[in-house]
Design a protein around this ligand. Structure first.
Ligand SMILES: [Ca+2]
Ligand SMILES: [Ca+2]
Ligand SMILES: [Ca+2]
Ligand SMILES: [Ca+2]
Length: 142
């Protein structure tokens, strides 16, 4: 005999866990009025938002922004050369830019790391100038 109670309990648990990790699509926009959605807004379970945009209207997301529940930026990424791979990444702390990571040759691997203070002062730059995955240049400004 199958224990239905256990199955139901499991299903409830499963859906609860599922919704906690699931972002809810709350808005879709078609900014260039071509009939295809090019901006999606998701509500996260913690009250923050994730906005995904297709800024060159080729059907591929090229910009993602994540905020916390107060609307502060947490994270941004963009596909600067529109090749379908994100290449510029921005990490925020308390809404202020703390680190930028760049894939300057668009090979899918980060090769420039910029560390900032108060969102504007560069503290440190690291680079992988020959794109072999190993940092070969570090410049500190403090
Ligand atoms: Ca559109
Ligand atoms: Ca695009
Ligand atoms: Ca790219
Ligand atoms: Ca690279």
């Amino acid at each position: 005999m199958m224990k239905y109670k256990n199955v139901i309990m499991f299903l409830i648990l499963f859906f609860k866990v599922f919704t906690v990790f699931c972002d809810t699509l709350v808005n879709e926009e078609d900014r260039n009025k071509d009939g295809k959605t090019d901006r999606w807004t998701y509500l996260k379970s913690d009250g923050g938002f994730i906005i995904k945009s297709d800024n060159n209207y080729d059907g591929i997301v090229d910009y993602v922004l994540e905020t916390d529940s107060r609307g502060n930026k947490i994270y941004e990424e963009m596909d600067f050369n529109y090749d379908g791979k994100m290449d510029n990444f921005y990490y925020y702390e308390n809404g202020v830019l703390a680190r930028q990571e760049i894939d300057s040759n668009y090979d899918g691997k980060i090769d420039i790391w910029i560390y900032l203070e108060k969102g504007i002062y560069i503290v440190k730059i690291e680079r992988d100038r020959n794109h072999n995955g190993v940092i070969d240049y570090v410049k500190k400004y403090k």
